[in-house]
Design a protein around this ligand. Structure first.
Ligand SMILES: *[C@@H]1O[C@H](CO)[C@@H](O)[C@H](O)[C@H]1NC(C)=O
Ligand SMILES: *[C@@H]1O[C@H](CO)[C@@H](O)[C@H](O)[C@H]1NC(C)=O
Ligand SMILES: *[C@@H]1O[C@H](CO)[C@@H](O)[C@H](O)[C@H]1NC(C)=O
Ligand SMILES: *[C@@H]1O[C@H](CO)[C@@H](O)[C@H](O)[C@H]1NC(C)=O
Ligand SMILES: *[C@@H]1O[C@H](CO)[C@@H](O)[C@H](O)[C@H]1NC(C)=O
Ligand SMILES: *[C@@H]1O[C@H](CO)[C@@H](O)[C@H](O)[C@H]1NC(C)=O
Ligand SMILES: *[C@@H]1O[C@H](CO)[C@@H](O)[C@H](O)[C@H]1NC(C)=O
Ligand SMILES: *[C@@H]1O[C@H](CO)[C@@H](O)[C@H](O)[C@H]1NC(C)=O
Ligand SMILES: *[C@@H]1O[C@H](CO)[C@@H](O)[C@H](O)[C@H]1NC(C)=O
Ligand SMILES: *[C@@H]1O[C@H](CO)[C@@H](O)[C@H](O)[C@H]1NC(C)=O
Length: 411
């Protein structure tokens, strides 16, 4: 079973990289594997984004593994959030989930859990699940998601355990008690019409939440983890005030601001590269081979967003420079930004939050940002690094506006 799923994934990636067909339209391009004719991309092709589409095929079954076995001991009402659960199951779809975990799957799972707990407060009056119930709830949630095709070890890849559903170290969980602190707060106004670009640069919603939490937590409790745990409680409260769809949007935007600031890839020892490329390059071929081999291994890890790829390129370059690689080897060896994402897919995700979709006829769909056919940036003393936490206002505003945005970021 495991092997078969992996094979499916490999085939899927092979399909995306080997046989896509690009159908031009004035501003949106689609990759459609089903209609594959001309492999590859024209040399001057620079589309703003592309939707890879999987052919309907027996290779991509959207299997229901059956009816979920619920414990009957979890005080959550799953019937109110059916659509969100389905979105989550597809965002964490089967064997793709580990590669979608950082950007799509886990943020969506976390949003879903906050919403479920927020909604459960209507009947329990509490913004946390107690420890006994938390075990049942986490199990019920994963049962429901798995029954709709999600990966079967979600709590592991997203590091969720029953404690994450409890109050953890936050001293407040009672809805009435918390509402006393929230009486005058601007959280709802600041968060309900969240704008991804504004949020990532000015943290309007996040700051409103932090302000409340700082007032709420008594000084003798204000350890960093208590602040974090109480922020979660306040997020659940917010979820109880918005409809599930809006709440999910707010949570995904907040997490995308964080996600895009860091490179999620794990870098191994760069010695093999610095041995070949360090100081002055002795042999360009062996240097580029070592670099290519290293990057190929990085590509087994995860899909990344365009902004994450910039961070990854920058971190990797910085560690190479520390190991005395002074030449711009990205330039020498023609390393592209898209080389930092999963295998040969060349698919950099857009920086805005999005969901994977499923359609009977087209299968699993996700967006790629093909502004990525640009050289990976090599930090220099005049351009120390492309610091995406300071440059975040340049996050593409909308998928239809992507053209040129990433180039702007790199100027
Ligand atoms: C769950 O919510 C639905 C719709 O709001 C409601 O009809 C149902 O009674 C609720 N179930 C429980 C167990 O609270
Ligand atoms: C959780 O709540 C249930 C029902 O209210 C109760 O029976 C159980 O003892 C509680 N568990 C803990 C660890 O507080
Ligand atoms: C769940 O809690 C653990 C600590 O018990 C923490 O390390 C982990 O990051 C939490 N997971 C999430 C998704 O918040
Ligand atoms: C809430 O707002 C009212 C009116 O603006 C003000 O009088 C009151 O002091 C505020 N309460 C708190 C706890 O800030
Ligand atoms: C913090 O102070 C309050 C009130 O003085 C007290 O009830 C509580 O036990 C204290 N908590 C800790 C963790 O010291
Ligand atoms: C370095 O190269 C050696 C020999 O090619 C290989 O066995 C080793 O796994 C490489 N190390 C890393 C960190 O890539
Ligand atoms: C560089 O190394 C390759 C492979 O080891 C070798 O074939 C080539 O002749 C070398 N080039 C130079 C200029 O030394
Ligand atoms: C970098 O070069 C300096 C000077 O040649 C040397 O002292 C240092 O050990 C080198 N660092 C690494 C990581 O190779
Ligand atoms: C990017 O900017 C942030 C905030 O100014 C700073 O904390 C961080 O260290 C910077 N990162 C790099 C790689 O320069
Ligand atoms: C997309 O193309 C259509 C038709 O050419 C045009 O009307 C529309 O303004 C374009 N949208 C964007 C965002 O460029």
């Amino acid at each position: 079973m495991e092997l078969m799923l992996q094979f499916t994934l490999l085939l899927l990636l092979f399909c995306i990289s080997e046989s896509y067909n690009v159908v031009f339209s004035s501003n949106v391009t689609r990759l459609n594997i089903d209609e594959a004719q001309s492999p590859g991309v024209p040399p001057d092709f620079d589309p703003q984004f592309v939707l890879p589409q999987l052919a309907p095929s027996p290779l991509m079954p959207f299997t229901s593994v059956g009816v979920p076995k619920l414990s009957g001991k979890c005080p959550m009402n799953f019937s109110n959030v059916g659509n969100i659960m389905t979105t989550t199951a597809i965002d964490c779809w089967g064997s793709l989930a580990p590669y979608l975990a950082n950007v799509v799957c886990c943020p969506q799972l976390e949003a879903t859990i906050n919403i479920l707990i927020g909604q459960s407060s209507f009947s329990t009056g509490n913004l946390a699940i107690n420890e006994t119930h938390a075990q049942y709830c986490l199990s019920d949630i994963t049962q429901i998601l798995e029954a709709q095709g999600s990966y079967n070890q979600l709590h592991e890849i997203c590091s969720f355990n029953p404690t994450n559903l409890t109050q953890a170290s936050c001293p407040f969980v009672d809805l009435k008690e918390i509402e006393n602190f929230l009486y005058n707060s601007t959280i709802i106004e600041s968060c309900k019409s969240i704008d991804p670009v504004k949020e990532c640069s000015h943290n309007v919603c996040e700051n409103a939440i932090t302000d409340v939490v700082m007032n709420m937590v008594p000084n003798n409790y204000s350890k960093p983890e208590t602040i974090v745990d109480c922020k979660k409680i306040v997020l659940r409260w917010l979820a109880s005030k918005l409809d599930p769809f809006d709440a999910s949007k707010v949570f995904r935007v907040i997490s995308s601001c964080k996600i895009n600031k860091v490179c999620p890839l794990v870098f191994r020892d760069t010695k093999n590269v610095s041995n070949e490329c360090g100081h002055t390059i002795k042999n360009q071929t062996t240097c580029c081979n070592a670099l290519e081999y290293y990057i190929t291994q990085l590509q087994d890890q995860s899909f990344v967003t365009n902004l994450q790829a910039i961070n990854c390129a920058s971190s990797f370059a910085t560690s190479l420079q520390k190991a005395n690689v002074s030449t711009n080897v990205y330039d020498t060896c023609r390393v592209k930004l898209k080389d930092f994402t999963l295998q040969d897919s060349g698919c950099l995700f857009p920086s805005l939050p999005f969901d994977v979709t499923y359609d009977q006829s087209s299968g699993i769909d996700f967006k790629c940002d093909l502004n990525d056919n640009v050289a990976a940036p090599w930090p220099t003393s005049s351009h120390p690094s492309y610091n995406t936490s300071t440059n975040l206002p340049a996050v593409p505003k909308a998928t239809s506006n992507h053209k040129g945005e990433l180039n702007y970021l790199l100027c």
